[in-house]
Design a binder for this molecule. Structure first.
Ligand code: SOE
Length: 379
């Protein structure tokens, strides 16, 4: 097993999920590489040091450029806010480092294109952390669709609902709350939550041709943590859009951070000619499946408990019937990335795959402004 020295940039919520994944992955998966937690990088050394101690990072850097220059770092993992992704990824690629980048890839499609160009020229392995693809039930959905069990697909329906920004007293900017600052996040729920739904949808159901969207910013002004002033809010608090896939199916997507009572209700349903599937993040180890070809007397929705050893990823965990959760999706993502390095078949989503999601987000935000159907740029 070869060592792979990782340099992590950022130590927020995602910094924790990634650190956990790098630490655990070799305990559960037989892989050609072993990640070594070499250095964590954050501007505030006082905060980065306890994080490094807690998660086992060997050293601390306070300047990402210095981290990239280090000859002992093989892989740069970017979990800093969205407006930093492009500059860091481009510099890391030019320095010949492998790159893993938090979602969304970029602030918009144009920026994403520049990233893809440089990364592909440098020929460095790369991946974007769209972790929900690697929930075993979601991967099972992919298998069932690819086996043709659903037949022709008619409908795709996805939503991602949260309720944590309803208070008008919540400021914008700063730790965690940069998601409310358009200059840092690029957009609101479209890039933060719908990007997940779009990534899964493109993976399961192929490309999207056109979209028609509406967005709303319910709280128009919020205090900015960094300036102390009340400033205009530039993000979309809610977004809903219609879409047409290239395979002829119709879709609805909805996301908001104003759905009181819902914390992370990511669901999707797909209706095909023969069968339908439904998945819900709040019940993530189950896949609901209805197959019209079943004998009529026993036909009905099956609730598949995706915990058996012939289910995706599950043979690597406990014994059949015992569940895993959210953090394991990140472990799976690292395992697939490392296997991809070994076999030279890059695991998805690569930067190029994630650019497709940016193009859909761009078209959605454009349509919300023009009030028209908009075409999605194709790669
Ligand atoms: C926002 O609240 C958030 O943390 C997103 O940034 C993540 O991508 C999503 O998985 C959960 O919600």
């Amino acid at each position: 097993m070869k060592k792979l020295n990782v340099g992590l940039i950022g130590y927020g919520f995602m910094g924790r999920t990634h650190s956990n994944a790098f630490r655990k992955v070799n305990n559960f998966f037989d892989l050609p590489y072993q990640p070594v937690l070499k250095a964590v990088c954050a501007r505030d050394e006082q905060k980065a040091r306890p994080f490094a101690t807690k998660w086992g990072w060997e050293s601390v850097e306070t300047d990402w450029r210095r981290l990239i220059e280090r000859p002992d770092i093989d892989l740069i993992d970017i979990c800093s806010p969205n407006n930093t992704h492009a500059e860091i990824a481009i510099a890391a690629a030019k320095a010949g480092k492998m790159i893993m980048c938090e979602k969304p890839l970029s602030m918009d499609g144009k920026e994403g294109e520049q990233m893809v160009k440089v990364i592909e020229k440098a020929k460095v392995p790369n991946m974007v952390w769209y972790n929900y693809r690697r929930v075993p039930a979601v991967t099972l959905a992919k298998q069932l669709i690819d086996e043709g069990r659903l037949g022709r697909i008619f409908h795709y329906r996805a939503k991602f609902l949260q309720d944590w920004t309803i208070s008008k007293d919540l400021p914008q900017g700063g730790a965690g709350l940069w998601r409310l600052d358009v200059k840092v996040a690029g957009s609101g729920v479209t890039g933060d939550l719908l990007a997940h739904c779009i990534d899964t949808a493109l993976w399961l159901n192929g490309s999207i041709d056109t979209v028609n969207a509406m967005t709303e910013t319910f709280i128009k002004k919020r205090k900015h943590t960094l300036t102390g002033k009340v400033e205009k809010v530039g993000i979309d608090d809610a977004c809903a859009f219609l879409a047409r896939f290239s395979n002829g199916s119709l879709a609805t997507f909805e996301s908001t951070r104003y759905a009181r009572g819902h914390k992370a209700l990511y669901t999707f349903e797909i209706n095909g000619e023969h069968a339908s599937i439904f998945w819900d993040l709040h019940d993530l180890h189950r896949l609901q499946y209805f197959d019209h070809r079943d004998e009529g007397r026993v036909r009905g929705w099956r609730s598949i408990h995706v915990t058996d050893s012939d289910h995706p990823y599950m043979a690597n965990w406990w014994v059949p019937g015992l569940q895993i959760g959210y953090e394991h999706t990140f472990v799976h993502q690292v395992a697939d990335f490392l296997n991809g390095l070994g076999t030279k078949k890059p695991a998805s989503p690569t930067f190029r795959d994630a650019l497709e999601t940016q193009y859909v987000c761009d078209a959605v935000l454009k349509s919300a402004k023009t009030n028209r159907w908009e075409k999605v740029s194709q790669i």
